[in-house]
Design a protein around this ligand. Structure first.
Ligand code: PLP
Length: 374
């Protein structure tokens, strides 16, 4: 295996023997074998209150693999699935499993707020690959190539991007995979916004690839961020490694929440199209309202729930201090926008259009009124 594709040193830790034996004993019991389980300190009041399997309930892993087949056109088995506590914990575990001290990680910028922090937490070094609005905020492979060194180990891609709304085509995703293969890089493909694609555009997952890890979540597609359920889809070897890290840190995910997740996945054919349709309306309302009150014509973001716009479009005076602008705006008007600096985009602001239509309209109208006063 090329050195860059090895797991991090910290993955050498063993799984907690107590959890592993208990999980195995339970699996055997489920299969109908007579087991005298004296392994765990588990005073469970009901079955739901006993310790969960560290990798996640087999029913949920089945349901997640089936769902991904529909949603992402992938071909994963339950052994390729880790159930974790939200997409963010999936990102965290994946980065921990790959990054040693000093390893470099390519991150297209603007980026989701947590990527650089998670890389830093794992001892790695974020290396930002600048993208521009003119190029749809998408990764330029030539630029990425130039930033590769011997220490580059991982590329994090966010298809359906927070904060830019960037959406990669199938061809572009294939080019990214080829680039990563040639450079012996891992890819984490954060696909949590796969369900939010507008104007009948297609969603292109990175699919099943030996050196790719897909991170997904029930927070967005299923509108259940409080459930804290996420999925990681990857090779069996990677999932086994992530399961060890999860069982040593989190133990596993709440059984009650996993059951809720199974129910939601069963209804996914009803839930997701409904949410997608509603978000299309909200995005369109956002674009129309920006024109109506601010005379700003925005290119409609093709995916996700956000638009990242230059502060100079709103306020020529405050051009670069997006942090001060957002703080004052919130204090004076009650309109909350996020400064682009949080995403590596100083001088920009992020507007989320997933609020109710009436709030989008009121918010932008209030913003327009405020802008006239400054
Ligand atoms: N990835 C991206 C791009 C996100 O925007 C978010 C949440 O906003 C997450 C991951 C984390 O989602 P979760 O709620 O599943 O932890």
């Amino acid at each position: 295996m090329p050195i860059n594709l090895r797991f991090s040193k910290r993955t050498k830790i063993p799984a907690p023997a107590s959890i592993a034996i208990n999980a195995l004993a339970k699996e055997k019991t489920q299969k109908g074998e007579k087991i005298f389980n004296l392994s765990a300190g588990e005073p469970a009041i009901t079955k739901d209150m006993s310790y969960p399997s560290p990798q996640g309930m087999i029913e949920l892993r089945h349901a997640a693999a089936d769902w991904a087949k529909q949603e992402l056109k992938t071909n994963f088995k339950p052994e390729n699935v880790l159930i974790t506590a939200g997409g963010k914990y999936g990102l965290y575990l994946s980065i921990l499993a790959l990054i040693n001290d000093g390893d470099e990680v390519l991150i297209p910028s603007p980026y989701y707020v947590s990527y650089p922090q998670l890389v830093t937490l794992a001892g790695g070094k974020p290396v930002f690959v600048k993208t521009t609005q003119e190029k749809g905020w998408k990764l330029n492979i030539e630029t990425a190539k130039k930033l590769c060194t011997k220490k580059t180990k991982l590329l994090i891609i966010n298809n359906g991007s927070n904060p830019t709304g960037a959406l990669y085509t199938d061809k572009e995703m294939k080019e990214i995979v080829n680039f990563a293969r040639k450079k012996n890089l891992w890819i984490i493909s954060d696909e949590v916004y796969s369900g939010f694609v507008y104007d009948n555009l297609n969603y292109a997952s990175i699919g099943k690839n030996e050196n790719a890890i897909i991170v997904h979540s029930m927070s967005k597609n299923f509108a259940m961020p409080g459930l804290r359920i996420g999925f990681v889809f990857a090779s069996e070897e990677m999932i086994k490694t992530l399961t060890i890290l999860q069982s040593q840190t989190l133990t596993g995910v709440s059984t009650i929440n996993q059951k809720q997740a199974i129910n939601a996945l069963k209804k996914s054919h009803k839930i997701t199209p409904k949410i997608r349709k509603e978000m299309q309306k909200r995005r369109d309302t956002y674009i129309k309202t920006m024109w109506k009150y601010l005379r700003i014509k925005r290119p409609p973001p093709p995916a996700a729930l956000y638009d990242l716009l230059p502060l100079s479009d709103l306020s020529p005076k405050d051009k670069s201090d997006d942090v001060k602008f957002c703080k004052t705006l919130l204090e004076k008007t009650g309109v909350a926008l996020v400064p682009g600096s949080a995403f590596g985009a100083k001088g920009f602001v992020r507007i989320a259009f997933c609020a109710e239509k009436k709030d989008i309209k009121k918010g932008i109208k209030t913003l327009a009124k405020y802008l006239k006063t400054i």
